[in-house]
Design a binder for this molecule. Sequence first.
Ligand code: NAP
Length: 859
Amino acid sequence: MNKPAGAPDWFDAVVVGAGFSGLYMLYRLRRLGLSVKVFDSAGDVGGTWYWNRYPGARCDIPTTDYAYSFDPELEKEWTWSEKYATQPEILDYLRFVADRYGLRADIELSTSVTSAHWDEQERRWSIVTDRGTRLRCRYYIMASGCLSMPKSLDIKGTDRFAGNVYFTSRWPHEGVDFTGQRVAVIGTGSSGIQAIPLIARQASQLTVFQRTPNFSVPAHNGPAPADRLTRLAQDREEYRDAARWSPGGVPVEPTGILGVTASETVARERFEDAWRAGQLFSILGVFADQGVNPASNKIVADMIREKIRSIVHDPWTADALCPKDHYFGTKRPCLDTGYFETYNLPHVRLVDLHRQPITSITEDGIDTADESFGFDAIVYATGFDAMTGAVEAVDVTGRDGLSLTEKWAAGPSTYLGLMTAGFPNFFMITGPGSPSVLSNMAVSIEQHVDWVADCLKDMSAEGFETIEPTPLAESGWDQHVRDCGAITLHPTANSWYMGANVPGKPRVFLPYIGGVAVYRQVCDDVVAQDYLGFRRTGPGGERCRDGVIRRMQPDVSLVLQVMAEMGLPPMETLSAGEARAMMALAAETRPPSPEVGEVTDGLMPGPAGDLPYRLYRPPSAGPHPVVVYFHGGGWVLGDLDSDDPLGRDLCVRSDAVIVSVNYRHAPEARFPAAAEDAFAALRWTAAHAAELGGIPGQIAVAGWSAGGNIAAVACQLARDADGPRVSGQLLICPVTDSDMTRPSYAENGDGYVLTTPLMHWFWNYYADQPDRGDPRAAPLRGNLDGLPPACVVTADFDPLRDEGLAYADALEASGAQVRRVRARGHTHTSVTMVGVVISGAPVRAEIAEALRNFFPSAP
Ligand code: NAP
């Protein structure tokens, strides 16, 4: 079709960026037969490796892994010279790739896209560049890199300096000779840490201005590692596939060893091995729990600090170089070559900006609160507006004039880090909400480019012209990204991952930390479910299967996966005795439970003999309100030990005395034994509150699962018996009815630990069919008038969810005050897994608050 005179040029796709991702995107789109135009503001291809030419610039993922894998022939034609190749070598590689596939013909260099506007009428993007070029395209793809937009200078007086100014991210092509010069370097991230040792070799004086000391590990660079080369030579595809299905995009076997339980010898061995390996994924994987558990993280961080102190001679400098304000790994750790050793040179000095902040850059140098420094050159290694900076640098306007910057004002929102609702046919390669910067970028880039190209191919085959995520799918993914970040230590750090390095940027954890393999599976699942969460339109109409791809908390999924791998027999195929033995065995591997003030075991009288109880006293001075707690286990399983972690957790969080009661179990003692015991325990505890260190009259009941069932029943019995007065009932995923036809049974009856067959097994042991409608078995069927305030906890993936909700509704309808706590993304059991399922902690904090509120007069 001929273009009318003056009309903008037309392309199927416009790609921004000619680095790793843009080049491969172009390659794939061309193979689909699409017309493509790639723009890059740089003078050549290479992206980040075009710009970051500072001395010492290298990759920090072994180069054997930091390379394209899409074409075996390409791999045969290129050999890396070093374990971590230099910037010039990587740039040569990318130039080689561009030439080998004849990509340059479609790339316009030294040109920036300034605006991209969606035309809803035409279903096209209108693109404008800084050279005034106007063109239109169907697909607009940002392959502009995660760390490509330098952070604006936020130091006073930067324009005053009369000497030479350099930015690591925009280094002069001709290089810089610092011989004989007094040089300042501001910034000690990866760029600064790589550049400083080399600048020190030339400068007559080098002063490093450090705001936050960083963890860095020696790269031990050298020839490309023989073991990797051998593995690649033996079975290249197997190796690349292992990378694609690994947590970080590099084939590393993740450890199951926990820092909190490892012996000192094991911890030391693992750390020293990682230090020797000189690889980020090794040092980040010394322990399985170092990214989530502060105690485990500290073991690794302490050992790194010990190394720094052993390298740096001057104790003051060594101490100032030791990171203390963030957990290891929460800011991107660095790989270095002789970084800490550089501070032993007589002409190198460290200025700790925490003690001596910069007041201004001056004409001659830098002024701090206490000193004036004179310099010939200042090097800024101050970082990037990461992940969103380059995308938002273009004026992107979607449907109905919605601007991307406005949409993302409170932080980016994406579906899979690939697209964002309201912006049809707009793709991001390694956008926020994808593993990107937490992974080997080469692997993540290929996965994204392949996904986009396959998606366009599918659209064309099915006659669709536009694709866009739905708001539901997008908010679900945003939530999942946040949930994954929230269980780690990352949100505690002022890192660029959190947007904290750029003044005014919303504080949001930007990348997806669920891992490369999990993420790849998610993307594949979305496609397999007919592009779940995407709306596709074309001349033939639209298709949309709306939904959320991951609703479960990430650590809950992990627990289910580990349990599945253990291959345990289904509980309902065991006898009660065998099931109890299996539970006891599982309890042995639990992590340490929270410390409380005091734990005492005792006996209280029950209707058919003494009932054992365990009392947890908070560390604070008493007396305290008292909560009588009943454990879970379907009236058959469980005891004082099974719910010990939860008892402790409730005690410290709610500042109440918890009296956990071991009631009689079925099948030895069937209905109504457990319910009768619960009421007896409530009465006895209320009568002896003062002796137990409690406040008389301030008694609540609580229980989980079947324990929630008898706690609810105890409240009804207490009301009918005119006492004791109960201040509140905490019902955690309670059994409230014997009807298994509610939708939550259909949705969650299989695969989430508590299954429909298991509930049948429990009921069969506990109560005869005619008894199951008795309100002492099914409290939902009782009279709910005049009951105490309640907190009802329900979990999304629990067959009992709907009967919990029904009980909350019915209580409310009868006039009781009800607080509902939704354990979002949890199963019936996961909320109670103290110390194992981290995402349960906020839910338990909410539960504890509800408990405290039962006792308004308590201090
Ligand atoms: P960065 O990690 O953000 O480091 C910037 C440094 O400048 C930090 O030490 C920061 O201190 C400091 N800084 C920023 N503003 C400052 C101010 N106003 N006053 C004083 N100090 C200031 O940036 P980067 O070193 O360029 O690295 C960014 C990322 O790029 C890396 O984390 C890595 O992912 C990637 N990278 C990779 C390689 C590689 O592959 N080898 C090399 C370079 C970069 P605060 O920490 O206190 O903010």
